[in-house]
Every structure is written in structure tokens, then in C-alpha cells.
Design a protein around this ligand. Structure first.
Ligand SMILES: N[C@@H](CCC(=O)N[C@@H](CS)C(=O)NCC(=O)O)C(=O)O
Length: 277
């Protein structure tokens, strides 16, 4: 991995990195925060939402004070492959910046849009090889990235010990953003969509017993709440399968990183309790 920039923050070291990914066939960028002190440290992976790069979370969430306090490495990857030879769409909710954390099977996306394999098969191993990690890790994210955190944790329980989300797209098979992206990336046969729908996975009892609790924060003034996010579907699914979900409706908060910055310390502490026990 090539280091593009290094900053000291809250006594730890933040790096912006770039590497050539054999999985996506493109260069990929990410940021990694390593806390001060003696390692090894557990890892929290953060997945961002639509239109984001690794930079939105890194500069706006204010996560590193809590990560330094708890001794957690924080990894923020980009949200899709990018570049001139990479497929894209004029809309901001499809294509570059909107990878949805799936492996696309449909043209023109299938060649590079392989974010599930990139994250679970490549990035985690790369981070464990390059940084002083305990190989114990949690995952969190926002909106499209909240969907990514929940579905990757549920589908790959051997990789993660904790999961939380901010304003996740709870059920992409039942909202416009999800229907559009899953249809484009995976095709019209909705049977291929189900394993990318957190509410349906939880309802089916996927990874039952692995995560003692899933923490979700949601602003009640989020403009995307009713049409796109639908966290009540997670709560209903959890009731049906016995998965514990704590959904905190936060009064007055919107969809922005001001909302994440207000509660990120709770999420870092939530993961630290489970990753350092
Ligand atoms: N581009 C859309 C909004 C997209 C949006 O809200 N993206 C969220 C994730 S779903 C985000 O985190 N944006 C980047 C930021 O706020 O830094 C618009 O302008 O209406």
C-alpha cells in the first residue's frame, strides 16, 4: 500500500492509502487510523454512504478521539471502484460512489464492482498484514454503508465480532435506492437480492446467536427515513427471529455527518466492549 498523506490526530496516526486491487481491477483508496500506544489493536471498519469517498467519514465524523481512548484501529475504505475505464451512471445513487457493497453480476458493472469480495477477501487481509491488529474486528457504517455493515456482518459472521449502523438502508429490496441498485448490479431476478437485505437476513435468522446486540442510531428528522431507510423493518425482523436490536431514534437529527459526529463515540465504545473483552 502506498501512503498518500499522514496526519497525527488525538495522539494516533491517520494515513490516507492507495493500493492496486486485484479484486476490483482498479486502484482503491482508504484511510486507516492507528491509536497511540502499544498494539496490537482490534479494528473497526467503517462503510460510508452514497456519494462518499473515504474522506467524508475521515474528516467529518470526529471518530478518532474515541478510537484513541479505546485503542481501536479505524479503517474507512472508498465506496466503490473508480476511474475513467470504470462503468458509471449520471445519477448519484448508482455507479461510482454507490457500490452498495455487493459483487455485481450484470454488465457493465460486473467487471469492477466487486465490493463484497474486495472488503471481505482482500482489504481485511491487507490491513491485518500492514498494521498491528489483533485480527478481531467490528463493522459499522452510514446509510448505504449501514446496509453494507449489516449485510456483510450477517453474511460473514466469521469475520466480525460486532456490528452497528447509522441510518442504514434497512431493506434494499423494499426501497427505491435499493431496488434501483440491486436491479442494476444483480439483475431482475429478485432471488439474488435477498442476501443483500439486512431485514430479510435477520428475519431468516442468519447469523443468529453471533451478535449479542446490534446498535442502530437513526435521526427522526432524516429526509430519507420513511421512503428509503425504514428501520422499523429491522425491528420487526428482529422480533420475529429473536435477534436483539437496539434502535435509538434521535430527535431532531438529520442524515448528515453532524448526526454521526454526535453519536460516533457511543458506537466506538459499543464495538470496543465487544472487541476487547
Ligand atoms: N447527493 C444527495 C445526498 C447524498 C447524501 O446525503 N449522502 C450521504 C450518504 S447517503 C452522505 O454522507 N453524504 C456526504 C456527506 O455528507 O459528507 C443530495 O445532494 O441530495
Amino acid at each position: 500500500m502506498e501512503t498518500l498523506k499522514t496526519h497525527v490526530v488525538h495522539g494516533g496516526t491517520l494515513r490516507y492509502l492507495k493500493h492496486d486491487s486485484p479484486t476490483t481491477g482498479t486502484p482503491m483508496t482508504l484511510s486507516v487510523f492507528v491509536p497511540p500506544g502499544e498494539g496490537p489493536f482490534p479494528v473497526l471498519i467503517w462503510l460510508s454512504g452514497l456519494t462518499c469517498t473515504e474522506d467524508n467519514f475521515t474528516t467529518k465524523a470526529g471518530a478518532y478521539a474515541a478510537a484513541a481512548e479505546h485503542g481501536i484501529i479505524v479503517v474507512a475504505p472508498d465506496t466503490s471502484p473508480r476511474g475513467e475505464g470504470v462503468a458509471d451512471d449520471d445519477a448519484w445513487d448508482l455507479g461510482q460512489g454507490a457500490g452498495f457493497y455487493v459483487d455485481a453480476t450484470e454488465a457493465p458493472w460486473a467487471k469492477h464492482f466487486r465490493m463484497e469480495s474486495y472488503l471481505t477477501g482482500e482489504l481485511i487481509a491487507l490491513v491485518d498484514a500492514a498494521f498491528p491488529t489483533t485480527k478481531v474486528r467490528g463493522i459499522s457504517g452510514h446509510s448505504m454503508g449501514g446496509h453494507g455493515a449489516l449485510t456483510l456482518a450477517l453474511n460473514h459472521p466469521e469475520l466480525f465480532q460486532s456490528v452497528s449502523a447509522f441510518a442504514p438502508i434497512a431493506s434494499p429490496t423494499r426501497c427505491p435506492w435499493g431496488e434501483k441498485a440491486l436491479g442494476a448490479y444483480l439483475g431482475d431476478d429478485q432471488r439474488a437480492w435477498a442476501r443483500h437485505d439486512a431485514a430479510r437476513l435477520i428475519e431468516a435468522g442468519t447469523a443468529h446467536g453471533v451478535y449479542d446486540e446490534i446498535l442502530i442510531d437513526q435521526g427522526d428528522a432524516d429526509p430519507f427515513l420513511a421512503e428509503q431507510l425504514k428501520p422499523e423493518l429491522l425491528v420487526e425482523a428482529a422480533k420475529a427471529s429473536g435477534q436483539k436490536i437496539t434502535l435509538r431514534m434521535q430527535p431532531g437529527y438529520d442524515h448528515s455527518y453532524f448526526f454521526m459526529a454526535s453519536f460516533i463515540a457511543d458506537h466506538v465504545a459499543f464495538h470496543a466492549r465487544r472487541l476487547k473483552g
